[in-house]
Write a protein that binds this ligand. Structure first.
Ligand SMILES: Cc1cc2nc3c(=O)[nH]c(=O)nc-3n(C[C@H](O)[C@H](O)[C@H](O)COP(=O)(O)OP(=O)(O)OC[C@H]3O[C@@H](n4cnc5c(N)ncnc54)[C@H](O)[C@@H]3O)c2cc1C
Length: 521
């Protein structure tokens, strides 16, 4: 193989960099982090928790919405000694942080009702499900609140690639294991490189000693035979001959390989999840806040501020009665798409900014299985299927390994998947089973029940997470509007899109702003 680059450069660092770039270009794409989903964007840490002191003489705060952002604000206000109350429309805290288990239920906004019939102990996180290790805002709260976490496996070498369509070439419609793809790509690319080095076809301004070291590295990293310097399939890669490099390149599998992520996001490793479901975090906050400070079934209907205070009207959805309550300040931690429809007297600039925020079309489906066939039959432990099937992400649970039953994430999409959203739930389930059975033929026989959550159709959310770049939406949304301020993840100063870490940072921002405002009086 001939590399085009001819170096006359005296700067050997430059030449080595070009060498690595070309290595990437010929298929060593494990060096290059590639997008697994459309949601693979910046998701930095929320940074330092604010350290505030002092307590204003008169400061009652109402927090509207008991999702993670509202709970963080409430919990921290409590530490400062504020008089506060969380008003939450649902009968539970957590909002998007929802782990569906036996008895969970919801009725879609256009009518269809589901009740989860999973076995006791089985669950699926239908909102957030993984926490990058760098999200110390969230993870430190887990520690503080006594919420145990476990590793979330983002990759399993035994999981399959399965691409449909002629573009994938001879590998189309074939199950190919990730470990075969990794080994065969690395092996064959490294073999080519070593040949090029041996034949002096690579003009590397490296010392002979460095060339020898590089050769040894390529042999080790590419599973090459050290005497023949050639690649042959080996036992741990799996049975059969190596897949031809040209076929792997045509299928494009290499673009899905993960290594060190270039940015924080869905490919970060390690990742974590709370033991027993993501909702354990909000339950931890609920315990710490105490039952008196949270009013459930309180559907906010109006928020009216004056120069002296704020009047909030909510519907008690259990009794059907309207209730009025007052406070000095109000933190609105509800999704902004719902605030847009609220009877609330805030500035027109603020309302315009609120209305400009759009929310993702996120959907998830849990599939309860009688048997963990992916573990028993295929040796897959956690991780995801790599496919172009219309399922978005299809994933295997990172909990309760070597038990009998399990819940697969049959579909996770953040954008429209055809007309699925408008179809009856039974048809959506059929869609998922049809496509998933191309890879896992056992799925129909092992299927017990499904639970589908299309967040656009879930009351009190009607959307997933706020989409679009946060800096463009933040500036106005992070202002204090006399006695009202916004505290949901959509105003996060940190993540894009709005991870739970974004909800934490938005909660901290609301806490700081309300405290500064209250101290001014
Ligand atoms: C499908 C999906 C997957 C995700 N995956 C991840 C992930 O893996 N990791 C991660 O870190 N983040 C993830 N996120 C993002 C994360 O879930 C959010 O950033 C975070 O949960 C937002 O919290 P919040 O409190 O701002 O909003 P919400 O959780 O939406 O809370 C808003 C609260 O307001 C309440 N409310 C609404 N209307 C009213 C009303 N009229 N009256 C009173 N209360 C009301 C709601 O009931 C709710 O409790 C995901 C999001 C989605 C949708």
């Amino acid at each position: 193989m001939r590399m085009k680059h001819r170096s006359s450069a005296t700067d050997s660092g430059f030449t080595r960099r070009r060498f690595l770039e070309q290595l990437g270009a010929i298929g060593g794409s494990s060096l290059v982090m590639s997008a697994m989903t459309s949601w693979d964007l910046m998701a930095g840490s929320a940074g330092q928790r604010p350290e505030l002191s002092g307590r204003p003489a008169k400061a009652k705060v109402l927090i509207l919405g008991g999702g993670l952002s509202g709970l963080v604000t409430a919990y921290e206000l409590g530490k400062l000694g504020y008089d506060y109350q969380v008003l939450e429309a649902r009968a539970r805290v957590g909002g998007l942080q929802w782990s569906v288990r036996r008895g969970s239920e919801h009725t879609e906004v256009d009518g269809e009702r589901q009740v989860c019939t999973f076995d006791e102990g089985q669950y699926v996180n239908v909102g957030p499900w993984r926490i990058p290790h760098s999200h110390r805002g969230v993870l430190d709260y887990c520690k503080e609140l006594g919420v145990p976490v476990q590793v979330f496996l983002n990759e399993s070498d035994a999981s399959f690639f399965f691409y449909e369509g002629t573009a994938a070439g001879p590998l189309a419609n074939r199950r190919v294991k990730l470990r075969e793809v990794k080994a065969d790509l690395a092996g064959q690319v490294n073999e080519l490189l070593i040949k090029a080095i041996d034949q002096k076809q690579l003009d590397l301004p490296m010392t002979p000693e460095d060339q020898r070291r590089l050769t040894n590295y390529l042999i080790g990293q590419g599973y090459l035979d050290s005497s023949t310097r050639s690649y042959k399939a080996f036992a741990n890669r799996g049975e059969g001959d190596p897949i031809q490099l040209t076929q792997l390149l045509q299928a494009g599998f290499g673009n899905r390989l993960r290594s060190v992520p270039a940015i924080e996001g869905t490919t970060a490793a390690p990742m974590f999840q709370p033991v027993g479901g993501m909702d354990q975090i909000s339950k931890g906050f609920e315990r710490a806040i105490g039952p008196k400070r949270i009013t459930f079934n309180a559907e906010i209907q109006a928020v009216h501020q004056s120069d002296t205070g704020v009047k909030v009207t909510y519907l008690n959805t259990k009794t059907g009665k309207k209730v009025e309550t007052t406070a000095d300040y109000v933190v609105v931690s509800m999704p902004l798409n719902l605030v847009a429809g609220l009877d609330i007297n805030i500035s027109s600039e603020m309302m315009t900014a609120i209305k400009a925020v759009s929310y993702s079309n996120s959907a998830k489906m849990g599939l309860a299985m009688k048997r963990r066939f992916w573990e028993d039959d295929d040796g897959i432990f956690g991780g995801h299927l790599y496919s172009n099937l219309p399922l978005g992400e299809f994933s295997y649970p990172s909990n309760d390994f070597f038990t009998r039953k399990g819940v697969l994430l049959g579909l996770y999409s953040n954008g429209p998947i055809g007309t699925l959203m408008d179809q009856p739930i039974a048809a959506r389930i059929e869609h998922v089973l049809t496509h998933a059975s191309k890879v896992h033929p056992q799925i129909r026989a092992e299927f017990e029940s499904a639970y589908a959550v299309w967040w656009k159709k879930v009351k009190y959310n009607q959307g997933g997470y706020a989409s679009g770049r946060n800096e463009t939406r933040r500036q106005q949304l992070s202002k204090v509007d006399n006695r009202i301020l916004l505290g949901s993840a959509a105003v996060t100063p940190h993540s894009e899109p709005d991870w739970q870490e974004g909800a934490v940072s938005a909660g901290w921002q609301a806490l700081t702003l309300v405290h500064e405002r209250a101290m001014r009086g």
